[in-house]
Design a protein around this ligand. Structure first.
Ligand code: PGA
Length: 253
């Protein structure tokens, strides 16, 4: 059975400064007025490293949770210029971290690197939003299931605490393109991801699976009847409070 709780996760990418906290404040105010949404959803914003500490402090006892968009796999301080590890983002107040996003895979991040990142993030008790998805070329070559299986098998381990893992299915060809998978394909893929995951964990209650790629207020209602999907990873449309609020409102309409 599908989990009832729905996740709306904003991925700000390289967007935002300290003033952008007003976006989250408006969204938080909206949620407080909506009892049903408050009860049935989780809202997370994964912001640039530079904003985590301030935002997490401001939203400490509020509904919205704060996350990071990546971290280094090394668990201790180490000589990696420009990098930040899981314990550093945790100490800043992050509760979540996106790992394996295609933006980072494109820069050379492998399934094995992602596996080490997931391991170090879970050791810090961070909730991991683990991204998987096929490229346009892989889709055309009918490699979607092969690619997803490999990404899941090589990056997840039975020894990870599975209650900390959320999988985000993000077809790379859909990110920022306005293109969406067909409902039939999406359901089939989400079921496939769940079955691959269950093979590792032998646990029928998990995983939670999000969809990500061009989600906006106009197309969100396509997803409302799809019980297999536990929420959304939202890029561009999470950078405006009105769009993000409209997504949530339209989903529950
Ligand atoms: P998009 O991005 O919603 O702008 O397509 C999604 C993502 O990259 O997580």
């Amino acid at each position: 059975m599908a989990n009832k709780l729905k996740y709306f996760v904003g991925n700000w990418k390289m967007f935002g400064n300290q003033d952008s906290i007003s976006i989250l404040q408006r969204i938080n105010k909206f949620i407080l007025k909506k009892r049903k949404i408050k009860k049935e959803s989780r809202i997370v914003f994964c912001v640039p490293y530079t904003l985590i500490s301030n935002f997490a402090h401001s939203f400490k006892n509020k509904f919205i949770k704060i996350g990071a968009q990546n971290c280094h796999y090394e668990e201790t301080f180490a000589p990696y210029t420009g990098s930040v590890n899981a314990s550093m983002i945790k100490q800043c107040g992050a509760n979540y971290v996106i790992l394996g996003h295609s933006d980072n895979r494109m820069e050379g991040e492998t399934n094995f690197i992602i596996r080490n990142k997931i391991d170090s993030a879970i050791k810090q008790k961070l909730n991991v939003i683990f991204c998987v998805g096929e490229t346009k070329k892989e889709k055309i070559n009918k490699k979607t299931f092969y690619v997803l299986r490999k990404q899941i098998k090589q990056s997840l381990s039975r020894k990870f605490d599975c209650s900390k893992i959320i999988i985000a299915y993000e077809p790379v060809w859909s990110i920022g393109s306005g293109k969406m998978p067909k409902t039939y394909d999406l359901i089939k893929i989400v079921k496939f991801i769940k079955s691959e995951y269950i093979k590792i964990y032998k646990n029928k209650n998990f995983p939670r699976i999000l969809y990500g790629g061009s989600v906006n207020p106009k197309n969100i209602n396509i997803f409302s009847p799809i019980r297999e999907i536990d929420g959304f990873l939202i890029g561009g449309a999470s950078q405006r409070s009105k769009k993000f609020i409209d997504i949530i409102n339209n989903y529950y309409k």
